[in-house]
Structure formats: structure tokens, C-alpha cells
Design a protein around this ligand. Structure first.
Ligand SMILES: C[S@@+](CC[C@H](N)C(=O)[O-])C[C@H]1O[C@@H](n2cnc3c(N)ncnc32)[C@H](O)[C@@H]1O
Length: 249
């Protein structure tokens, strides 16, 4: 059966899954940036930059309403801000884990973004109010993927765009080698730096549960997005899903 959403160990329903995810990110927040850069050998910076570049036309419009949802400690937000012109409307950067968000706010607060503590499945935003929603490595953690896509669709303007940067599992010989790193080496390094087992076992497990690109693209289409696509990054270790809320329904 296809995955409906994240299911951390011990979670029994969507509410307990969301709570476990929030607590996990709050607990690793002090070490999150360090772990991220060590575990990805800084390739994550390229992925954030590349994602922001993909939306540079929207970001260049001073009045564009932009949301970085699941912003965490704010590196995707910073990449988006590089494309904003002087005097542009602030980027909204939202997350439900306060410890992650407060670290992000320290980085992007003075650079033209506003922090918002909010749940991606219940955004405190008006229908049809955003030109662009971007999320980096957050979508996979939602307790219900379909509900997430529907909520993003609700708050996007007709013609508004969505970008979801997520890990993927590459195929072929590279995939086999990478699987050893991702499923064995990465949790061991994570455990060493963060002093606990859970979070870095959860990462490969959650990527394994996440829909493959064809399935994810189907879900995007059935939830109302048009022009859906997936661009692999770094041999498909990660990739960017894109879609548009159609202007004519
Ligand atoms: C792996 S981190 C990614 C952070 C950042 N975007 C980055 O690229 O480094 C995932 C983030 O998603 C947030 N998150 C997960 N589920 C969420 C939800 N339902 N609503 C808001 N934030 C959520 C977590 O709190 C965490 O900060």
C-alpha cells in the first residue's frame, strides 16, 4: 500500500506522528546544521541554491508572496532571499518546531524573512494568497502527504507554483552503494554527533517510505496540480518536484 505520510517509530496515528516529528526536530535543533553539512558533505547548499534558482523569476517580483514551509533552521529561506530585490515583500518562513524555527529566525530575521510558527497541514493563511511555496526536506515528514498537497493548493493563487525538494533513492549500482552509506554509515555518524539513536535511523526509514517520483507526481496531479515534474539532483539522491495551481479549474 502506498505511504500516506510519515510514521516515526511508535506513532499510531497522524496526531502522534506529527507530535513525534516535532519533538524529534526540537531535540536535534542545536546540532541540526552541523549534522546536515557533515552528512551531506555540504552538497545540501547546492541543492538549496539550485531550488531557489528554479524560481528566480517569481522571486525577482518585489510583490510576490513567498512561503518556505518546514523552514527549520532557515537555509532554504536564505537561498530564496538571495533572489529577492531590495524592498521586496518579506518571505514567510514557517515551521512547527519552535527550537528549529528560532534558530532559523536568528539567521534570516534581519535579511528579509518573517518567522511563523505553523503546521503545514493547517496554515494560518488565506485561500489563494501565495505566489510560491517551497519546502526543502520537510514534506516527507508530514503526517499526511495528500493533506499537505491540498493545503498548499488551497493557499496558492491560481498560477502559483510549488517546489518540493526531497531526498530520493537512486537506482542502479550507485543506488546500491549509496544505500549502504544512507542506511548504515549515516545513522552511525548521526548517533555519534547527536548522542542518540532515533533521528538518524528515522531519516533513511522515512526516505524509504516516501513515494517514488512517479507515485508522487500522480499524487500531485490528483490533488489538482498542473505541469508537474521532477528534476533529479546529484544522480537522484535528491530531487525537486514542481507543480502549478492551474489558473482554470
Ligand atoms: C529536515 S528539516 C528541514 C529544514 C530545512 N527546510 C532544511 O532544508 O534544512 C524538516 C523540518 O520540517 C518541519 N516539519 C515537519 N512537519 C511539519 C509540519 N507538519 N508543519 C511544519 N513544519 C514541519 C520540522 O519541524 C523540521 O524543522
Amino acid at each position: 500500500m502506498p505511504a500516506t505520510g510519515a510514521k516515526p517509530l511508535g506513532a499510531e496515528d497522524e496526531a502522534s506522528a506529527a507530535q513525534a516529528v516535532r519533538q524529534m526536530f526540537d531535540s536535534i535543533a542545536p546540532r541540526y546544521d552541523l549534522l546536515n553539512h557533515v552528512l551531506s558533505a555540504n552538497v545540501d547548499r547546492l541543492w538549496w541554491r539550485r531550488t531557489a534558482r528554479r524560481f528566480r523569476a517569481i522571486l525577482a517580483r518585489p510583490d510576490a508572496a513567498v512561503l518556505d514551509i518546514c523552514c527549520g533552521t532557515g537555509d532554504m529561506t536564505l537561498a530564496l532571499l538571495k533572489h529577492r530585490p531590495p524592498g521586496a515583500r518579506p518571505v514567510l518562513a514557517a515551521d512547527f518546531a519552535r527550537e528549529m524555527l528560532s534558530r532559523g529566525a536568528r539567521k534570516f530575521g534581519a535579511r528579509g524573512a518573517v518567522a511563523l510558527e505553523a503546521d503545514a497541514l493547517h496554515l494560518p493563511l488565506r485561500d489563494g494568497s501565495l505566489d510560491l511555496i517551497v519546502t526543502a526536506f520537510g514534506f516527507r515528514n508530514l503526517a499526511n502527504y495528500e493533506a499537505g498537497l491540498r493545503e498548499f493548493h488551497r493557499v496558492l493563487k491560481p498560477g502559483g507554483q510549488l517546489g518540493i525538494l526531497e531526498f530520493s533513492e537512486p537506482g542502479g549500482w550507485l543506488g546500491k552503494g549509496y544505500a549502504v552509506y544512507f542506511r548504515r554509515v549515516l545513522p552511525a555518524i548521526g548517533r555519534m554527533i547527536c548522542g542518540r539513536d532515533g533521528p538518524y535511523n528515522y531519516l533513511p526509514a522515512s526516505v524509504g517510505r516516501f513515494p517514488q517520483p512517479p507515485e508522487m507526481l500522480d499524487l500531485m496531479r490528483t490533488t489538482g496540480y498542473a505541469a508537474c515534474g521532477w528534476q533529479p539532483y546529484t544522480f537522484g539522491i535528491a530531487g525537486l518536484y514542481t507543480g502549478t495551481r492551474p489558473t482554470i479549474v
